[in-house]
Design a protein around this ligand. Structure first.
Ligand SMILES: NC(=O)c1ccc[n+]([C@@H]2O[C@H](COP(=O)([O-])OP(=O)(O)OC[C@H]3O[C@@H](n4cnc5c(N)ncnc54)[C@H](O)[C@@H]3O)[C@@H](O)[C@H]2O)c1
Ligand SMILES: [Zn+2]
Length: 376
């Protein structure tokens, strides 16, 4: 697999969801065409842009200029950056601001930001007037390959992440890869964890390609658009077959059962970003699978080695400030939504690119595995 040379033409990935089908458009510099694309899709619609303060400083002006040049009236709602904004208070602020901006059915909400903004603005769009159309303009790598696609929206509860939300598909996703140039290396890497996850869960050839091409992707070369398109195509296919996560879509949670527990253990703080927790969680899921004899230890080593090569955490000791003990981690795992009748659900692997859903994991087995990890 080789990356195509940058052609200048955006890559369009359709998400086949019947009457709710939409396109993901991927390319460098696309923000300039935002207004024209919206005008074509929803002539006469008024827009409100939801963004965070960091993204507003860097990219709001370009988005507004593009809307203006297409003759589209817009206003902006700016919330504080970070996971903390996926809470009830900010959700209320955003809903009230959308209503105050007189956005009605037929108008549009634009989520300009990372996964936090996409989830928050998406959920507000699903809720205000029982559902407004919205457009995702993802500005982090994580959002471009994962969170902006597939219609999961929501906020966090004190009981755990993403526990309050709705399925609400965007009507278009505009992924301008140039917006990622302003992202910190750390945030870029965290998004890369979700990208590697796509290879690790179902596309071994893509994982091999990433092992060879990740540097070009980080540097902003044409590998970036190619890899984002591969992930979006992969996710679009899964979402089209299983929109509501009754089966296959759960594979996207590879690394997330361990990951969410670690993320919660770090208090959803800057100590451990979501993607970092996913990298560590994925390494653990591979090791746990190897321990259960489901995959060769060499597959687990190879998966971890690549994540570590790009600078992602793969050992519990990599988390600054440490992680909660075995009991606390198990409690956090059990609080996660993937628990049924005392058995835990994990996404396990038979090898790189061969993830599957295991509904019958004994918590005692997880405890023993984690205890070994702590003593190692
Ligand atoms: N809905 C889904 O299917 C789905 C999937 C995966 C993750 N998520 C959610 O996504 C969230 C994580 O998303 P994230 O990692 O994008 O976090 P984020 O939205 O908090 O963005 C990370 C940081 O980067 C900043 N930033 C964003 N774009 C920037 C840019 N272009 N230049 C400079 N700085 C920029 C933000 O201000 C923020 O501080 C989590 O809440 C997670 O639960 C949702
Ligand atoms: Zn994730």
């Amino acid at each position: 697999m080789t990356a195509p040379l940058r052609s200048g033409e955006p890559i369009v990935v359709p998400v086949a969801l019947g009457t709710r089908a939409y396109d993901i458009v991927i390319g460098r510099g696309l923000i300039g065409s935002l207004g024209a694309r919206i005008k074509e899709l929803r002539p006469g619609a008024k827009c409100v842009i939801v963004t965070d303060a960091t993204v507003a400083k860097l990219h709001l002006a370009a988005a507004e200029a593009s809307l203006k040049s297409a003759g589209i009236e817009s206003s902006a709602i700016v919330v504080p950056p970070g996971e903390g904004s996926k809470n009830y208070a900010t959700f209320e602020t955003v809903c009230e601001a959308i209503i105050a901006a007189r956005i009605e059915r037929g108008d549009l909400v634009i989520a300009l930001g990372g996964g936090v903004i996409g989830d928050l603005a998406g959920f507000a769009s699903a809720s205000v007037r029982r559902g407004l159309d919205f457009v995702q303009v993802p500005t982090t790598l994580l959002a471009q390959v994962d969170s902006s696609v597939g219609g999961k929206t929501g906020i966090n509860s004190r009981h755990g992440k993403n526990l309050v939300g709705a399925f609400h598909q965007p009507i278009m996703v505009i992924a301008d890869t140039a917006l990622l140039d302003t992202l910190s290396k750390r945030e870029f890497r965290a998004g890369y964890a979700e990208m590697a996850k796509f290879g690790l869960l179902g596309d071994a050839a893509f994982f091999t390609w990433l092992e060879a091409n990740w540097q070009d992707l980080f540097a902003g070369g044409p590998a970036r658009e190619h890899a984002i398109a591969v992930c979006c195509r992969g996710k679009a296919g899964i979402v089209a077959r299983d929109e509501r996560e009754t089966g296959e879509r759960a594979l996207l949670n590879l690394g997330h059962t361990f990951g969410h527990a670690l993320e919660a253990g770090a208090g959803f703080s800057q100590r451990l970003l979501h993607g970092e927790a996913v990298a560590l969680g994925t390494a653990l899921a591979f090791e746990f699978s190897a321990r259960k004899g489901l995959t060769a230890a060499s597959e687990a080593t190879r998966a971890s080695a690549h994540l570590a090569a790009v600078g992602l955490p793969t050992y519990l000791k990599d988390v600054p400030g440490g992680v909660p003990g075995v009991d606390a981690l198990l409690d956090l795992i059990a609080q996660d939504k993937k628990v049924k009748r005392g058995k835990l659900t994990f996404i396990l692997v038979r090898g790189i690119g061969q993830a599957f859903i295991e509904n019958n994991v004994d918590p005692a087995e997880v405890r023993a595995f984690l205890a070994d990890k702590f003593s190692a």
